[in-house]
Design a protein. Structure first.
Ligand SMILES: [Zn+2]
Length: 64
């Protein structure tokens, strides 16, 4: 697995993940670890071990 600074996700996982609400592409945030859907303005947390929690109930809205 190639080392990617600021990434805790397994290689290739981000490319196949999609937002459970809108099915859109996600991007990774390093700190605190989360996957962001810019369309929904939701951040899905990434648990210890690099496992994203892809539940709307677990997501928090963000603004930036
Ligand atoms: Zn979305």
């Amino acid at each position: 697995m190639a080392a990617r600074p600021d990434s805790v996700l397994p290689e290739g996982l981000l490319e196949i993940m999609q937002c459970p609400r809108c099915a859109g592409a996600l991007k990774e945030r390093a700190a605190p670890p989360a996957l962001l859907c810019e369309a929904c303005r939701l951040a899905y947390p990434i648990a210890d071990g690099g496992i994203p929690v892809m539940l709307e109930d677990a997501a928090v809205s963000f603004d930036d």
